[in-house]
Design a protein around this ligand. Structure first.
Ligand code: CA
Length: 276
């Protein structure tokens, strides 16, 4: 199937006549100010009338982390996009079928990582987060595992809402009332995940799926934890709603994380929904 990958700092866009929407997207990634290598991988593909964006944050040590997030993104392209005969097929897929496909390709990426780790000593224990969104017209479907995040900023109220839940032990303790949000932010184990790709035999059931309907003014952000380590939700919402172009917003978000210390690799995908 024909698609186009968005180069860093550029824009891709689609239009949806039926809902009178134009959706523009961009992406940005940075090694940050402290780390020696970038274990994040980020991609945004533009199809006819659909956009697929993903952020993956690898782990397992320098080379292994880079390889894990790269392999996941390569699998989304080869085992999802490349298996669709044309973009019309994608647009007419029932929501339930699409969700099964997204779960399936996450499972495939999980197996690719496990196989690679089994074959190579240096890649043992590698894993990655993956937060993915597919936008078809005004419908956004998310598939998520790990602690990268998707945020939706409401174009009417400017309220920011975290779509995904972090699959971290600390977040689970917050959810069960054992820790406060404030305690969680400074907890020494806050980066330890209980779900990620490449960690155990089956991953399909560990993938969370969400759907949202998009309307004019909405902004959608995918990011690795290198962004949220330094930016509060309100910082993200402010940049997303006061910046007119997605490539500028993506760069501004990453720059602010780096200005505030850039302790980790930082990656974002920004989608802007506007009236056609
Ligand atoms: Ca990270």
């Amino acid at each position: 199937m024909d698609y186009r990958m968005c180069p860093l700092g550029e824009i891709v866009s689609i239009t949806d006549e039926q809902h009178q929407l134009v959706i523009r997207g961009s992406l940005y990634t940075s090694v940050g100010m402290v780390r020696g290598n970038n274990e994040d991988n980020v991609q945004l593909w533009a199809l006819d009338n659909a956009l697929l964006g993903v952020v993956a944050d690898g782990m397992g040590g320098a080379a292994a982390g880079e390889e894990a997030s790269r392999l996941a993104i390569e699998t989304f392209q080869s085992d999802f996009l490349d298996t669709l005969p044309d973009s019309k097929t994608l647009l007419t897929l029932e929501e339930e079928t699409l969700e099964q496909k997204l779960r399936g390709v996450m499972g495939m990426a999980n197996r690719v990582l496990l196989n690679k780790a089994n074959e190579n000593q240096e890649f043992q224990g590698m894993g990655t987060t993956a937060t993915l969104v597919l936008v078809r017209g005004n419908a956004a479907t998310f598939a998520h595992i790990g602690d990268s995040r998707a945020y939706l900023i409401d174009g009417t109220t400017d309220d920011i809402h975290q779509v995904t839940s972090d699959h971290s032990f600390v977040e689970a303790l917050v959810a069960s009332g054992h820790l406060t949000k404030e305690q969680a932010e400074i907890h020494p184990l806050k980066n330890v995940l209980y779900r990620a790709l490449g960690q155990k035999d089956e991953a399909e059931e560990d993938v969370d799926i969400y759907q949202r309907i998009l309307k004019p003014g909405d902004r959608l952000i995918l990011c690795s934890d290198g962004l949220t380590r330094h930016l509060k939700n309100q910082d993200i919402a402010d940049i997303a709603t006061t910046t007119s172009h997605p490539e500028t917003a993506a760069e501004k978000l990453v720059e602010l994380a780096n200005l505030r210390g850039g302790e980790d690799n930082v990656s974002v995908v920004v989608l802007m929904v506007d009236r056609l």
